[in-house]
Design a protein around this ligand. Structure first.
Ligand code: CA
Length: 361
């Protein structure tokens, strides 16, 4: 256990301040929000112009609720300065890999989205320069304009030193299995950087039963939507076309590792039966792509049995630590992951060297 007895206020209570470890703790799915984009979200919430109930549920809550959770989360997510660094110090996090929170610029029309994406990438690059060694970041791009998105990813990687791109899942209900988006994958493969697919609220066609029951957000709706997105990327043949492409999914792969036997069995059975035009033969089994083209992070799922299972079925080199700050700022989860029953080298891989390798840190 940790010797440092200072206290730190996490999301759900006070815990012990966490000291340094023998490895760097790199947290790989940490959210920030550009104020200008937040203001535009609030305008969309107010006018209901998007007619997107999951978006209105998410940003109506974080933007307007007086609850201590939403107030603290909003304050923290807007900070790229002192408060964030103090929280990292208190919870033992050496480096945060920053990504702009959902739904990014994917709710705006393309010209507005492109210019906000560039501005946000410049802003996060500036924060990285101001806090040397503490931050790295993924570029925000606007998938609704795939050619410009690919160019912005290249600019962000080559000129700003960002480490890949984040896409906040569906773009107004469209998934990346649609080939019109594939110039983004082509660019990522050519640049040798990963694409992180982060959840968003379920799209309009999918949202109703979740919202009616209060389950559209991080409790489960995000995982259902984003897990489906991962599966559609695999079954549409993205990795047969771009075999070197690497994608990253949070929340322990949005549950997909737990579905491996069923995915492999049923995909093969449905392809043989020719039941669906959309399900065509792939070069490999679904689980092969999970092991060869997908990295998963633990964001919000820092629970030993689940982490150990994912390491067992995907490999230690495929599972990376993430906190999901500030949505799940729980320093106790760092204590739990420090205690994973694995070798010192494997723990260093989990917290540090896997992230350094995947994101080129
Ligand atoms: Ca997150």
């Amino acid at each position: 256990m940790h010797a440092d007895l200072l206290k730190v206020q996490g999301e759900s209570g006070v815990t012990t301040k966490i000291g340094k470890a023998a490895y760097k703790r790199i947290a790989t799915e940490e959210a920030w929000l550009m104020k200008d984009i937040f203001d535009r979200y609030m305008k969309l919430v107010e006018t209901k112009a998007l007619k997107d109930p999951a978006f209105e549920s998410l940003w109506g809550y974080y933007g307007t609720s007086p609850s201590p959770r939403s107030v603290a989360t909003l304050r923290r997510i807007l900070s790229l300065g002192d408060e964030r660094i103090a929280d990292m110090d208190a919870s033992g996090i050496d480096v945060q890999l920053l990504m702009h929170t959902a739904p990014g610029v994917q709710v705006f029309d393309a010209p507005e989205a492109n210019s906000l994406a560039s501005a946000s990438n410049d802003m996060v690059a500036d924060a990285i320069r101001k806090h040397p060694g503490r931050y790295a970041a993924l570029a925000m791009i606007a998938p609704q304009d795939p050619q410009t998105a690919a160019k912005e990813m290249e600019r962000a990687v080559k000129k700003l030193g960002l480490k890949g791109a984040v896409i906040n899942s569906h773009t107004r209900g469209e998934f990346l299995n649609d080939q019109k988006f594939w110039p983004i994958f082509e660019a990522a493969e050519a640049l040798d950087v990963p694409v992180y697919v982060h959840p968003s609220g379920p799209p309009v066609d999918m949202a109703k039963p979740f919202i009616e029951r209060g389950l559209d957000g991080a409790i489960y709706g995000f995982a259902v939507e984003c897990g489906l997105h991962l599966l559609t990327i695999i079954t549409s043949g993205v990795f047969d076309r771009f075999p070197k492409l690497q994608v990253v999914f949070g929340h322990l792969g949005e549950g997909m590792p737990f579905w491996i036997p069923r995915l492999d069995y049923m995909h093969a059975a449905q392809v043989r039966s020719k039941r669906y035009e959309a399900l065509q033969p792939l070069k490999k089994k679904v689980s092969d792509y999970l092991r060869e083209n997908v990295y998963i992070t633990t964001s919000g799922m820092n629970w030993e049995p689940a982490v150990m299972y994912c390491r067992q079925v995907l490999g230690n080199d495929r599972v990376l630590y993430a906190m999901d700050y500030p949505y799940q700022f729980e320093p106790d989860e760092v204590v739990a992951m420090d205690a994973l029953p694995v070798s010192a080298d494997e723990k260093k891989a989990f917290y540090q060297t896997n992230a350094e390798k995947v994101f080129g840190l």
